[in-house]
Design a protein around this ligand. Structure first.
Ligand SMILES: [Zn+2]
Length: 484
């Protein structure tokens, strides 16, 4: 497999991380994390473009990498943001909007998500063996944890509002009319009239049905439609402390700007009940002028007869126009994902649509139906990487995670460390109950020729604590595969 050459400049993260998933490491090391969940949310307004697909496929590739790097189970949680506006109208000198959740039936939302997102998710799950779940914003706002956390923010509504809407000073809390589902876009006539332990009582106004009340409690009281920044603050604070899952928000790079305000709101609110999630910002896809790829902007330009983005191929905006099969498209997309993940300098940056096209279309398609022949990527520390590359280390040790247990003799493993990679073939798989038992059979020098058995046991147990060793120990005897 050849990959196009890619050069990326240094960034502020250059000397701090060797791998994009290193940004999770501080939270893995100091706690009893048993699994990592990667959350990715997408507004469901129409056919997604390639930038959206890239964020989503990167969530799977990050989960795969984190699983192999940290030896914990990982998953992807997709939240379909069905509170994005489906219709807008001007009435009484104000803008009103109605969300997809109120314009479409629950079945129609399910069908829309299945059509636009699940084909890619299923393909990514097959490739990475990372499971995923799908939920909607409607379900999220209905959970007691989310609503309770929202109610807590009301105690400091002014301080929070300053951060979430620095322009107006008040955060938008849209409480759609219970009869028609329309809500004031800026919620400027929505007022909190009473707040006690039971909940918050609001007054609001509908252009059609006049004055109405919403009594928001942890268990109900109406639909709670929070503007984007507010929703993120509440979601990030709604994880519980007994949760042994590390939650990771996977977000498009433009969120790096918005999180300043989210973090200000967090600071204003004080420490949450549970730990805050970690965020990973994925590369942005930019149009020719450096602005974020935007369907609506390009559509406007086309309507005005402007052709400044004539170099943008149609499939960038409409992936169904990809010149090849859906499988080719997913190959190219995940190939790009693996390429940008091969070095944090490639990951923490943006790409123009022109660069994207080059990187996605010059990549040689992986042979189809060859899951077993596709080398699996295994990030490894430099000292061990060098030993494998020199042929001095011929046995690699891991613990019995499902993904590791699937590796068998004949499979290819591509060990990676920053920009270097070393392709190997598994010649034998060993299974043991403990590391001590392993060294009863495996040669100490094959695992590491420069350390004694006692030193190696110490190093291995530092990486895999007892509860991981309890999963069982796996060894892979490997030989280098020279590129033809
Ligand atoms: Zn109404």
């Amino acid at each position: 497999m050849t990959t196009p050459t890619l050069k990326s400049p240094n960034t502020v993260l250059a000397n701090a991380v060797d791998d994009a998933v290193d940004v999770l490491r501080p939270r893995i090391g100091d706690s009893d994390i048993e699994s990592i969940d990667f959350s990715v949310g997408t507004q469901i307004n129409g056919q997604p473009h390639v930038g959206t697909h890239l964020v989503q496929s990167l969530a799977f590739l990050l989960a795969e990498r984190a699983r192999d790097e940290f030896g914990v189970d990982t998953s992807v949680d997709f939240c379909a943001l069905d509170n994005s506006p489906a219709e807008t109208v001007r009435a009484e000198n104000r803008r009103y909007q109605r969300a997809f959740a109120h314009s479409l039936s629950a079945d129609e939302i399910t069908a829309l998500v299945a059509r636009h997102y699940l084909p890619l998710f299923d393909a990514c799950r097959t490739r990475t063996n990372v499971p995923y779940t799908v939920s909607t914003y409607t379900q999220q706002q209905d959970t007691p944890a989310f609503r309770a956390e929202f109610l807590r923010t009301l105690e400091l509504l002014e301080e929070v509002g300053t951060w979430l809407s620095p322009n107006s000073g008040s955060a938008h809390i849209r409480l759609p009319c219970p009869v028609c589902g329309w809500a004031e876009k800026y919620a400027d006539r929505t007022r909190l009239v009473e707040l006690d332990e039971a909940g918050g009582l609001f007054e609001a106004h509908c252009f059609e049905h006049g004055h109405y009340e919403a009594d928001i409690t942890p268990l109900g009281g109406g639909y709670l439609d929070l503007a984007t920044l507010y929703r993120n603050v509440v979601k990030e604070r709604s994880y519980r402390p007994d949760d042994r899952t590390l939650h990771v928000m996977v977000k498009g790079g433009d969120w790096a700007f918005g999180c300043q305000l989210v973090d200000g709101a967090h600071a204003a609110l004080g420490l949450p009940v549970g730990p805050l999630p970690v965020r990973i910002f994925t590369p942005q896809i930019l149009g020719s002028d450096g602005g974020k790829l935007s369907k609506s902007l390009l559509r406007e330009a086309a309507e005005l007869g402007l052709t400044q983005d004539e170099n943008t191929p149609a499939w960038v905006l409409d992936p169904s126009a990809w010149p090849g099969t859906q499988e080719d498209y997913v190959d190219a997309l995940t190939g790009l994902g693996e390429l940008v993940l091969s070095d944090p300098k490639h990951f923490f940056r943006s790409y123009t649509t022109t660069a994207l096209e080059t990187l996605m279309s010059t990549r040689q398609p992986a042979p189809h139906n060859s899951q077993a022949k596709r080398p699996r990527t295994m990030p490894i520390y430099r000292q061990y990487f060098d030993l494998i590359a020199k042929g001095e280390k011929t046995v690699e040790v891991r613990v019995g995670y499902e993904s590791m247990k699937r590796i068998k003799a004949g499979d290819l493993i591509n060990f990676t460390c920053r920009e270097s990679n070393c392709l190997t073939r598994v010649t034998r798989v060993g299974r043991y109950r403990t590391f001590t038992e392993m060294f009863g059979t495996e040669r100490v020098e094959a695992v590491n020729p420069h350390a004694t058995e006692i030193e190696q046991l110490e190093a291995i147990r530092a990486i895999f604590p007892p509860h991981k060793e309890a999963l069982g120990v796996l060894t892979f005897e490997i030989e280098r595969v020279d590129h033809a």
